[in-house]
Each structure stands twice: as structure tokens, then as C-alpha cells.
Design a protein around this ligand. Structure first.
Ligand SMILES: CC(C)(COP(=O)(O)OP(=O)(O)OC[C@H]1O[C@@H](n2cnc3c(N)ncnc32)[C@H](O)[C@@H]1OP(=O)(O)O)[C@@H](O)C(=O)NCCC(=O)NCCS
Length: 121
């Protein structure tokens, strides 16, 4: 499991702030049929719409350039779906009966390089 934490106090590298809480956190595992899966992305409320969520998702994708990278979010989560669309993810399926009345949508980011190209790098 890999974890990414963007912790720029006061929203900038090297900034100083009294609050020790992270700005944004993501968790990347290989828990989806042994393939990379972004389990979790969370940006502190005060820091939303500043590009941190997108930066973490892009970072997770960049760690596995030759792999499919999967994630999921609730159908009700328009913010995450908009972010994923901008980050190049496409809808890949839907799971009912996890959260009542709010299906889980599965998204995938397809690799831009083949495994052969990746090995040659
Ligand atoms: C979803 C979440 C991670 C987005 O993080 P963020 O740092 O605010 O997103 P970004 O600033 O990187 O936004 C990137 C793009 O996503 C879209 N987006 C983000 N938040 C949005 C919102 N509330 N409404 C509509 N579109 C939104 C926009 O297209 C945005 O680009 P723009 O600002 O240039 O228009 C954040 O709202 C969050 O932590 N939510 C609670 C936890 C959660 O739902 N996590 C996802 C499921 S695990």
C-alpha cells in the first residue's frame, strides 16, 4: 500500500502554520484484482478547489504508468466524478447495494505506455 500526503502548511511548500493537520491525503493500493486502486482521496475542506485532489490523483497514476489505475466513488459524488473526468478516467462499471440508494461507480485510467515501452525506459 502506498500513501501520498500533501502537507504544505498554509497551502504552499515551506509555509508555516499552527495547524498540524494534512492538507490532502490519498491512499493507493493493489487491492482491486491485484491492480492499482486509489482507495481514498481527501482534501481538507478549507483547501478544496485549489488543485490538491487532482495533484494526488495524477501522482497515483504516475506511479504506475504502464498499468490500468482504478478507483471508485459514489454516484452522488459529483465533485470526484468531475475531477476524475479531467484526470482522464473513464466509467467502467457500477456496483449496487454497497451504500443504500447511492451506487458505487468504478472508474479506470488506461495506460498511455505499453509494458514493453515502460520496461525499456
Ligand atoms: C473530491 C475532492 C477530493 C476534490 O478535491 P479538490 O482538491 O477540491 O479538487 P481539485 O481542486 O483538484 O479539482 C479538480 C477539478 O475537479 C472538479 N471539481 C472539484 N471539486 C468540485 C466540486 N465541488 N464541484 C464540481 N467540480 C469539482 C473541477 O473540475 C476541478 O477543476 P477546476 O477547479 O479547474 O474547475 C474533495 O472535494 C474532497 O476531499 N471531498 C471529500 C472526500 C471525497 O469525496 N473523496 C473522493 C472519494 S474517495
Amino acid at each position: 500500500m502506498r500513501t501520498g500526503v500533501v502537507n504544505w502548511p498554509c497551502g504552499r511548500p515551506g509555509g508555516r502554520c499552527k495547524s498540524p493537520s494534512p492538507t490532502a491525503v490519498s491512499v493507493l493500493t493493489e487491492g482491486f484484482f491485484h491492480q492499482p486502486f486509489i482507495e481514498f482521496v481527501m482534501v481538507a475542506e478549507a483547501n478544496r478547489r485549489r488543485g490538491y485532489g487532482r495533484a494526488l490523483v495524477d501522482h497515483c497514476v504516475s506511479l504506475s504508468p504502464a498499468a490500468k489505475v482504478w478507483t471508485s466513488t459514489n454516484e452522488s459524488n459529483g465533485a470526484m466524478q468531475a475531477l476524475l473526468a479531467k484526470a482522464g478516467f473513464i466509467l467502467s462499471g457500477r456496483v449496487d447495494n454497497l451504500d443504500p440508494g447511492d451506487p458505487e461507480l468504478i472508474f479506470v485510467h488506461l495506460p498511455r505506455v505499453t509494458p514493453v515501452e515502460s520496461a525499456a525506459r
